[in-house]
Ligand binder design. Structure first.
Ligand code: OXD
Ligand code: MN
Length: 596
């Protein structure tokens, strides 16, 4: 087990609170994995899938009221309310511990408490962070085994007195009214109760690697970001890396696993996936920014994943994968909407009901077999495009940081910031439209700075200040860009084909980062000059590029007003530089100056 007194004491205290029948420390071995799987199957938590077609794969259904992250029940519990800032829910640590203790008390009666030591980042790397999650869920234990590195080797690194994040989790009664996802950054602790859903329950992911880590990063001088990491290898074998932050459901996993389109194949590019969701970035000894993916797996959205959108993801989930809330086919395989092949003639839907493709609800709408937020949990090492450097403790050097959102109008296909501070402004004003399927009112714009709105563990005004400050601390900073794959024409159709074709944009981004590539200056930043994007083999109707890159001053003035409205939330805490950026953009839009 462990010689770590504080860890043992904490486990004892939490066991006394939750009252499990037994406490089992996970060692991370293969034999243990099989035992946990057998136990989960026996309890009905997992169903074994077709061993020939999907070897080592399992199926899980969540409670119907527990299918997504619950931002309204997610709190930052700091002593001072101001430290959580205006964009987070806040609770005092006293209230948090008191309220959650009531829900945890006796919640594991009749159950086993699993002690899951885990490392975010390669085990033993000086940049990794260790957590220990206590959980009464076999599903969580098996998912943690894929998404992080778990077991005795982590305890070995922790030694007798190492620092760890205390992560307490119980599914309790899965009661949505008693659900709480609490973060105590000052205590390096996370408490999550009454949910078994990934983002709420796999505490290494959003809770530790983003909310707690962003707090640590601010204090320790690095970044914990909601970003994919990918490498682009050119025919000469040079590999350059970018990170990209897009709000949830904007295609990070697809971009991270991109396959070069036919038209660009002749150039011999290859894409290497380093991570699809989270990046930890530090200044390296060479003065560049280096990125590590702290995770060990992908927790991807299934619907929409197909051989056009993401063939590499499909190949990744062929074995050793846990599928959650997808459609279960009669042959023990799985399917989801906008997936591969035709819908099966019959199956069992995510709610466990018999399903056929023609099934409709009372309003005549087709009933989905898979939940829109159904997921796959798969080991990153199985991805055909996984980078040979994905577990390198130093990470990979970053040439460009890309922000983006889903905007039907306004934002051009790609724009480069004028400098670092302007890049921070591009990140701070990221917004995305809610899509009908996912969020409710279609077209409504939600500001999601750096795609971190739900994940920043402290006051976002201080987070912006940290970004601005880091610019001064990185001797050779990456260049910053903003992309929008989702601009639509007058007819409402997407103007840009997306998917693999996005490599054409990455090519320009990397050229610019190198100081090459042609650009023209606009009020909102540098746009690709005519002909600077390689469009060969892509048959875009005449005028499409002009529409994709159009910057309409009147629209941008409206947008600017919205930036200011959003920034006003932060009152006097907003760094002055961001206010100055709005003034400079206004001046540039009015033609008073061309740039700063
Ligand atoms: C995720 C998310 O699950 O961002 O990665 O919601
Ligand atoms: Mn995410």
């Amino acid at each position: 087990m462990t010689e770590h007194k504080k860890l043992k004491q904490w486990v004892d205290e939490m066991a006394a609170l939750c009252g499990p029948d037994s406490v089992v420390w996970l060692d991370g071995s293969e034999a243990e994995k099989r035992r946990l799987e057998d136990a989960a199957v026996a309890k009905g938590e997992l169903t074994r899938l077709n061993a020939e077609k999907l070897p080592g794969c399992f199926y899980h259904r969540t409670d119907p009221m527990d299918v997504a992250r619950t931002e309204d029940l997610t709190f930052i519990c700091t002593r001072k309310k101001a430290d959580a800032g205006p964009t987070n829910n806040w609770m005092s640590p006293e209230d948090g511990y008191k309220r959650a203790s009531e829900y945890f008390r006796g919640s594991m009666k009749g159950r086993t408490m699993y002690v899951i030591p885990f490392s975010m980042g390669p085990v033993g790397s000086p940049f990794s962070k260790i957590g220990v999650q206590l959980s009464d869920s076999l599903y969580v234990a098996l998912n943690m085994r894929i998404m992080t590195r778990i077991g005795s080797r982590v305890l070995d690194v922790l030694g007798k007195s190492g620092e760890f994040t205390k992560c307490l989790h119980s599914t309790a009664q899965l009661d949505p009214k008693k659900r709480l996802i609490l973060h105590f950054p000052e205590d390096n602790a996370v408490w999550s109760v009454n949910s078994g859903y990934g983002g709420n329950a796999l505490l290494g992911k959003k809770c530790l690697s983003l909310r707690i880590a962003s707090w640590l990063a601010k204090n320790e001088g690095w970044f914990a970001e909601h970003m994919l990491i990918l490498g682009v290898e050119d025919p000469k074998g040079r590999v350059e890396y970018v990170t990209a932050a897009f709000p949830s459901a904007c295609g990070k996993t697809n971009l991270a696993m991109l396959i070069p389109p036919e038209g660009l194949k002749r150039k011999g590019y290859k894409i290497w996936t380093v991570g699809d969701d989270i990046a930890w970035l530090r200044v390296g000894p060479d003065g560049r920014l280096w990125a590590v993916n702290p995770e060990a797996g992908f927790f991807g959205v299934a619907p929409g994943t197909n051989s056009k959108s993401n063939p590499n993801a499909l190949a990744t989930v062929k074995k050793n994968t846990i599928f959650t809330n997808v459609l279960l086919k009669d042959d023990g395989t799985v399917w989801w909407e906008e997936g591969e092949g035709k819908p099966p003639a019959s199956g069992t839907d995510w709610l466990g009901r018999p399903w056929t493709p023609s099934l409709q609800d009372g309003d005549g709408k087709f009933i989905m077999g898979a939940h829109p937020n159904s997921r796959f949990t798969a080991p990153a090492g199985q991805c055909p495009s996984i980078s040979p450097k994905w577990e390198d403790p130093q990470g990979v050097p970053i040439s460009a940081i890309i922000f983006g959102g889903r905007r039907a109008k306004l934002a051009p296909l790609v724009v480069q910031s004028l400098d670092w501070a302007h890049g921070v402004y591009l990140g701070a004003t990221v917004a995305s439209e809610r899509t009908a399927a996912q969020y409710g009112k279609q077209g409504e714009v939600r500001r999601d700075p750096m795609a971190m709105l739900p994940f920043c563990g402290y006051n976002m005004a201080d987070y912006f200040a940290h970004w601005l400050d880091m610019g001064k601390r990185i001797p050779k900073p990456p260049k910053i860009f903003h992309v929008n794959w989702f601009r639509r024409g007058e007819d409402g159709k997407f103007l840009w084909p997306g998917y693999g074709e996005n490599l054409r944009v990455l090519e320009w981004v990397l050229a610019r980062a190198r100081g090459e590539g042609q650009a023209v200056e606009s009020p909102i930043g540098f746009l690709p000059a005519r002909g600077a994007l390689d469009l060969s083999g892509l048959e875009l109707p005449n005028g499409t590029m002009d529409q994709l890159l159009e910057v309409r001053s009147a629209d941008w003035k409206e947008e600017l007003a919205d930036h200011r409205k959003f920034f006003a939330k932060f009152g006097g805490d907003l760094p002055k530089e961001l206010g100055d950026q709005t003034a400079r953009l206004e001046a540039r839009l009015s033609g008073a100056v061309t740039s700063s």
